[in-house]
Ligand binder design. Structure first.
Ligand code: C2O
Length: 503
C-alpha cells in the first residue's frame, strides 16, 4: 500500500515542561508532531511544505536503509539541498524493514527545536506478535528552553574554547512531564522507546516491573530481561512489560539524563522525568524512589533473532580518531582524525552523480566532507577511537552494522585494544547507533550492499554542528545508472543558486 502524509512545517508555541513557553517547530500547526506509521512493504510518501519562513529544512527517516532511494535520505547538502522557506518537496520511499524508527530534521542543528517524531513499521510476521496485548510508543528526550538558532552561535563561538555544550533544562516522556499510561492488570505491553533527544543519553527503569527487550534499532533479538536500560540519543529499544495482577497501586517509571555528558550541572536542574503506569485513577501517583546505582543492561550482549553470523574479514578498514580541539582561534571543533566536517555547497550525492568516472576518487567530494568511497559488496570495518573524555553515540545511515567490539568504560587515556577475529562474537548484535565510551573504542562491520551516500556521525546534535561527521560514498558508479533526482529536489538547489549540472 501507499501511505501519504502532508506535512506543513510551521512554527508553533509550546510549553512541554510547564516552565517555559517557546516557539517550536510543529507540523500542520501541531506539536508534538505526528507519528509516521506504515506496514512493512509499504510505499511512504511525505509531502513537505516549508512554512517556517526563516529557516530551510529537510527530513531524515532515521534507521531506514533507503535502498535504491538514497536521494530520499534527507541530510541537507548530502542527499539533497535544504528545502527553502516557501517550497515543497516530496520524499517517496519503500520500507522493507520492521520495527521502531524516527524521523527528524537533518538541517543545521534544527531538530531539537521540535521537528522530530516516531516512525513505526508494523510487521505481520514479527516473532513477538501474540506475546503482548498492546503496543505503545514512548519517546524520551532532553528539552531546551532556548532555540537552536540562538544557542548554536554561542556554542561554536570563539569564546567557547572547551566546546561546552548547552545543558538541557528538562527531560520529557512523549513531549510532556505528565505522562500517565493507563494499564490493565495481567497484561503485557510492548513499549517502543525512542530517544528523540539532541544530547543526553537516558537511563530508564520501571519501578516494580521488569523490561524484556525484544528489538533494538529495528533488529529483533532473543528476549533479554533488564531492570534498567541506557538509551542514547537516536537509539530505539522495544521492550515488553507485564503488569501486575492487582490494581492496588500505581507505579512510576523514570528516565534520568546522563549527566556525565554535561560539563556543568546547573543548580536545581531536574535531570529526571517521571511517568506512571496507572492501574487505578483514584490512587496516588507515587514519587519514584531514587536509585543509588545506574547499572544498565549491556546491549552488546543482545543476540539477533535471525542469527546472522559475523561477516567475513574486512576488505576495507576505516579508522577514525575522535578529537575535540580548538584551532588556536578560541573555538572548539570536533575531528575525525585531522578533519572537521563542513557541509559542501553541492550535495555530495549530486557530485557523485555528475562526476563520471571521477566519482570513485574521494578527493572530488572535497576534503572537508571527509568522504570514503566504498566498493559494491565489500566488507567494511569502521574502528572509532575515542581520544575524548565524552560519550558519543555513533550512527551510520543506510545500514545496520554489526557491533563487534566496544571497550568498557574505564577512564584514563586511550589505549588501542589490538583485536583479532577471535575476539569478536560469532553472532554480533546489530544496530544503527552505538555508544562509544570515553577513551575507548568500538569496532563496527557492515557489507556495502546499499549504493548511496551515507553519513557516519555522532548523533549529539552539538557534535554534528562542530564537525564529527564522515561521508560514505558507496558504489557511486552504480548510483549514476540508477538514481535520477526529481525536479522538486533540483528546485530546492536552484532556489539557493546551487548548480546541480550534469545529473
Ligand atoms: Cu538520525 Cu544523520 O541522523
Amino acid at each position: 500500500a501507499t501511505v501519504t502524509y502532508d506535512f506543513n512545517v510551521t512554527w508553533v508555541t509550546s510549553n512541554p515542561d510547564g516552565a517555559f513557553e517557546r516557539p517550536t517547530i510543529g507540523i500542520n500547526n501541531q506539536w508534538p508532531v505526528p507519528r509516521i506509521s506504515a506496514d512493512i512493504g509499504d510505499n511512504v510518501v511525505v509531502h513537505v511544505t516549508n512554512q517556517l519562513g526563516n529557516q530551510s529544512t529537510s527530513l531524515h527517516f532515521h534507521g531506514l536503509f533507503m535502498n535504491g532511494s538514497t536521494h530520499m535520505d534527507g541530510p541537507a547538502q548530502v542527499s539533497q539541498c535544504g528545502i527553502p522557506p516557501g517550497s515543497s518537496f516530496t520524499y517517496n520511499f519503500t520500507i522493507n524493514q520492521p520495527g521502531t524508527y524516527w524521523y527528524h530534521s537533518h538541517t543545521g542543528g534544527q531538530y531539537p527545536d521540535g521537528l522530530r517524531g516516531p516512525l513505526v513499521v508494523h510487521d505481520p510476521e514479527s516473532p513477538f506478535l501474540g506475546r503482548y496485548d498492546e503496543e505503545l510508543v514512548l519517546t524520551v528526550s532532553d528539552w531546551y528552553h532556548d532555540q537552536m538558532a540562538d544557542m548554536l552561535p554561542t556554542f561554536i563561538n570563539k569564546g567557547n574554547p572547551t566546546g561546552a555544550e548547552p545543558v538541557p533544562q528538562a527531560a520529557l516522556f512523549n513531549d510532556t512531564q505528565n505522562l500517565k499510561v493507563a494499564v490493565e492488570p495481567g497484561k503485557t505491553y510492548l513499549f517502543r522507546m525512542i530517544n528523540i533527544g539532541a544530547f543526553a543519553g537516558q537511563y530508564v527503569w520501571f519501578e516494580g516491573h521488569n523490561m524484556t527487550i525484544v528489538e533494538v534499532d529495528g533488529v529483533y533479538h532473543q528476549p533479554a530481561e533488564a531492570e534498567m536500560i541506557y538509551i542514547s540519543a537516536a537509539q530505539r529499544c522495544s521492550f515488553m512489560v507485564t503488569t501486575k495482577n492487582e490494581t492496588t497501586a500505581n507505579y512510576a517509571f523514570v528516565a534520568s539524563m546522563d549527566t556525565t555528558l554535561f560539563d556543568t550541572i546547573p543548580e536545581g536542574l531536574n535531570y529526571n522525568v517521571t511517568g506512571w503506569l496507572v492501574y487505578d485513577d483514584a490512587k496516588t501517583l507515587p514519587e519514584p524512589t531514587l536509585v543509588d546505582e545506574l547499572d544498565p543492561f549491556d546491549d552488546m550482549t543482545l543476540v539477533p533473532n535471525d542469527n546472522q553470523t559475523l561477516l567475513g574479514e574486512p576488505d576495507k578498514i576505516i579508522e577514525l580518531d575522535v578529537i575535540m580541539d580548538n584551532l588556536d582561534d578560541g573555538a572548539n571543533y570536533a575531528f575525525f582524525n585531522n578533519i572537521t566536517y563542513k557541509a559542501p555547497k553541492v550535495p555530495t550525492l549530486y557530485t557523485a552523480l555528475s562526476a563520471g568516472e571521477l566519482a570513485t576518487d574521494p578527493t572530488v567530494y572535497g576534503d572537508f566532507t571527509h568522504s570514503f568511497v566504498l566498493e559494491k559488496g565489500e566488507i567494511v570495518q569502521i574502528i572509532v577511537n575515542n581520544l575524548d573524555s565524552g560519550r558519543h553515540p555513533f550512527h551510520l545511515h543506510g545500514h545496520h552494522f554489526q557491533a563487534l567490539y566496544r571497550s568498557v568504560e574505564e577512564g584514563g587515556t586511550f589505549e588501542d585494544a589490538k583485536l583479532t577475529e577471535a575476539d569478536y562474537p560469532a553472532i554480533p548484535m546489530r544496530r544503527d547507533t552505538l555508544v562509544l565510551y570515553p577513551d575507548g573504542n568500538i569496532v563496527l562491520r557492515f557489507r556495502a550492499d546499499n549504493p548511496g551516500v551515507w553519513l557516519f556521525h555522532c548523533h549529539i546534535e552539538w557534535h554534528v554542528s562542530s564537525g564529527l561527521i564522515a561521508t560514505m560514498v558507496e558504489a557511486p558508479l552504480d548510483l549514476q545508472n540508477t538514481i535520477s533526482i526529481p525536479s522538486d529536489h533540483l528546485e530546492a538547489c536552484a532556489a539557493q543558486n546551487i548548480a546541480t549540472v550534469g545529473n
